[in-house]
Design a binder for this molecule. Structure first.
Ligand code: HEM
Length: 500
């Protein structure tokens, strides 16, 4: 047994990486030679630290060196690989190959993360195969057009609370300086709580606190140490995380069972209602995924996923939009004019939000420049053809979406500039090469919450633009950084001026 274990360990930390390295080099891929256990990991971490050590010029949108520092400094180009411990990660920037990767989702799978991340990311985002397909199908029911329309009043209530708070702040002087980031995080949390849990959303608030605690624990771990195989160690951190996770699970379980008892087969229109319906009844018999029932455990996992996937991504989109509108007053005025002409003094309504063309162009441009999810990672478990290459089993591929979004080859010489005009004739005509706008990913594993996020963002921006002029603040420090999403390291300080 000892000999078998020793052989396996030696294979994992040395022989297999060296074999893979040879296979990659033989096909023309470039990268550093594999170094025992750590690979390029130490350089990777110091590149992140170095890149984040100083703020950027506030007029500079070239955030790639901060967001993908290792890529920028060491890899320098497409079809290079870097070592994350004993695992090589191949960078792919060719749109044709990216399309192949995203479409071939059964082979290019989501990477297995360490168990700490598994305590944060749950639900179907972590599944593969038939289980993923059936769960995605069921969860998708909650994001249908008709359902999104019904969610609007809940989103409106959340947003009104934030706007009222800001109106109080500006009431004495007519304007105030404010870090809008924490408020936007609270807002998107509140929105997902209401839309996920309907009337039980208050009980969901505690989940937010717990998720914040989890992130606070996990982030320094991810950035500082790397011990290959550490996932097997019963560390203090693991225990702390597990404790928080169990508390979250209990909270969601209580909400789920309360609703389960109340519903007697009839669901609400919130996300939980849709999932619970599926646990009570069989789904449309004509559909492929008939007779699927979710267990309570599975529903809990999906609810916890909503919180993670829906919250910081959308707040990141809204905060960078506010920041860029503060810098580009022309676009701010155009957006405000459009909101006033389409929605006027009414409450924002679903059809109105669909008609906001300028606001949509602005949001697309923000998603391009400040993509909340700046890269996509996949791994393969068997030797796989990709274009003219044969990729060896056990490697990861990284699609650096943000790098592609900033590439002048696809977006023109003004790729680094904020120019929503490029989206005036839709996404297809904004880029020179199709498949280079990937803020929500692509293929079957594309983001399920895309329309929901855009609805949230349009509603929030409409309500803000109707009440306030947004100006830059001298205390703002431009420091985009990646912590699950591209977020502002020191918040986003802006001056809000009341519109009378
Ligand atoms: C601006 C906001 C958002 C952005 C930029 C965004 C981005 C993304 C991206 C890039 C992916 C693909 C990841 C991959 O292929 O590895 C993804 C997947 C996903 N997103 Fe979003 N997302 C946003 C909002 C949301 C919201 C509001 C929800 C839920 C309510 C959500 C739920 C999910 C889920 C569940 C997946 C996994 C899909 C699957 O594995 O099939 N996202 N998102």
């Amino acid at each position: 047994a000892l000999i078998t274990c020793a052989r396996k360990a030696a294979n994992w930390v040395w022989f297999r990486p060296k074999q893979i390295e040879k296979c990659l080099r033989d096909q023309g891929f470039k990268g550093n030679a594999y170094r025992f256990l750590y690979g390029d990991y130490k350089e990777h971490i110091s590149a992140i630290k170095e890149a984040n050590s100083k703020p950027m010029d506030a007029n500079d949108n070239n955030i790639v060196p901060r967001v993908l520092p290792f890529y920028q400094y060491f890899v320098q180009g497409a079809n290079h690989f870097a070592w994350v411990g004993p695992t090589p990660r191949l960078n792919i920037t060719d749109p044709k190959l990216i399309k192949e990767i995203l479409l071939n989702y059964e082979v290019f799978q989501k990477p297995q993360t360490n168990p700490l991340i598994n305590l944060i990311v749950t639900g179907f985002a972590t599944y593969e195969g038939e289980k993923w397909a059936t769960h995605k199908y069921l969860v998708n029911q909650a994001f249908q057009h008709a359902k999104l329309k019904l969610m609007l009043p809940a989103l409106y209530s959340s947003c009104s609370e934030m706007i009222t708070k800001w109106e109080v702040l500006v009431s004495t002087k007519g304007s105030c300086e404010l870090d809008v980031w924490p408020d936007l995080c609270d807002l998107t949390f509140d929105m997902i709580s209401r839309t996920a849990f309907g009337s039980d959303y208050d009980e969901g608030r505690r989940i937010f606190q717990l998720q914040k605690e989890q992130t606070a624990i996990v982030v320094p771990q991810l950035r500082s140490i790397y011990i290959p195989g550490w996932r097997f160690l019963p560390t203090k951190t693991n225990r702390k995380m597990k404790k928080i996770y169990n508390e979250m699970k209990l909270l969601v379980r209580n909400i789920v069972s309360k609703r389960h008892q109340m519903m007697n087969g009839e669901g609400d229109n919130d996300l939980l209602g849709v999932l619970l319906k599926s646990s009570l009844k069989t789904v449309d018999q004509k559909q492929k995924h008939e007779n699927i029932k979710l267990t309570v455990e599975e529903i809990i996992a999906e609810c916890m996923l909503f919180y993670l996937a829906a919250q910081e991504t959308t707040s990141s989109l809204i905060v960078w939009t506010m920041f860029l509108l503060s810098k580009h007053q022309k676009w701010q005025s155009l957006a405000r004019e459009e909101v006033l002409s389409v929605i006027g003094d009414d409450k924002p309504h679903f059809e109105g939000l669909q008609q906001l063309k300028t606001v949509t162009m602005i949001l697309h441009e923000v998603l391009r420049l400040y993509s909340p999810g700046p890269f996509i990672i996949r791994e393969i478990h068997k030797n796989t053809k990709l274009g003219g290459y044969v990729l060896p089993a056990g490697i990861e591929v990284l699609v650096p979406t943000i790098l592609i979004h900033h590439d002048p080859e696809y977006w023109g010489e003004d790729a680094k500039y904020f120019n929503p005009e490029r989206f005036s004739e839709g996404i297809a005509k904004a880029t020179k090469v199709q498949g280079t706008f990937l803020p929500f990913g692509g293929g079957p594993r594309k983001c399920i919450g895309q329309n929901f996020a855009l609805e949230e963002a349009k509603l929030t921006l409409s309500m803000i633009l109707k009440r306030f002029y947004i100006h830059p603040s001298p205390s703002y420090v431009h420091a985009p950084t990646v912590l699950f999403t591209v977020r502002p390291e020191h918040g986003v300080h802006l001056i809000l001026q009341k519109i009378f």
